[in-house]
Design a protein around this ligand. Sequence first.
Ligand code: BTN
Length: 324
Amino acid sequence: MNHEPLLRLFEDRPGEYISGESMSQELGVSRTAIWKQIRKLEAAGYHFEASRRLGYRLLSVPDNLAVEELTSRLNTRSFGKTIHYFETVESTQNLARTAAEEGAAEGTLFLAEQQVSGRGRMGRNWVSPRGKGVWMSMVMRPSVPIHFAPQLTLLTAVALCRSLKRVTSLPIGIKWPNDLLIGGKKISGILLESAAEDERLRYVIAGIGISVNLEESDYPVELLEKATSLRISAERKWVREDIIAEFLKEWEQLYFLYQEQGFSPIITLWEALSVSLGKTARLMTPQGDITGIPIGLDESGAIRIQLADGTVKPVFSAEMGEPL
Ligand code: BTN
């Protein structure tokens, strides 16, 4: 049963209770079918009040992403030109990867209200509750060698940071390589997964998670000291469509700049937004821990770490600890 006729009944009688009996009569289906449909609507974010005597009353509808409005506002060339929108998914990364394997064009975007198995870096879980954040993955097809993939991650972090600052005016900085922080707490993460052939990237799936309207109760307690949201930081809610539209525009512009002028302009922008530079930190690399002062990025996207003996070592992949 499609839920539109049932929703229409509630919309026609705002604030009123409707009995199971009358819904079943008006729609010509069993009361069990009505009950099942209400359960489904509740799972999709609708709230009802149930009274054994009076029936059901619709209290609120979900604050879903207005995808059509978003599409009509986008003035990008390819980023977000095709949007696939879902209520609940395991992870938007998986959907985007399947689409990329089947030939989806660059810029094809997967957006979900909720992820039940959202993935973070290093095999971590990514908290993605319904309707509260931006959980999205986009197909990219850059024609660059595989070892340039870190540059795309850094470029994406710059675009996200610049656009979020523009929309919210919050003091957001980038922790190497691509976490966005407010007051030391993470508000957004980027996960790039790529497929390559003959040393060239076939495609990249750029996964972006932005904790927009999460409240403290949305996080597991152990994350509260490390993570926050735009809403908690600013003490107000944000319109997710504004954030996505601004980000896609900025991201595409930087991507064009990168394709025309290479990575140098991105380095300058990244360094200006970084909160990691100049502070002694420990980096956990696959080859062991390194302690030193991050002093900038190099042309490949590695971070340059000044060691105690004054030498400078590029680090390509690591987890960066708190400043020491
Ligand atoms: C990180 O650990 O910082 C990266 C987090 C990336 C989360 C996003 S949410 C959309 C996309 N789908 C996923 O499962 N992960 C990414």
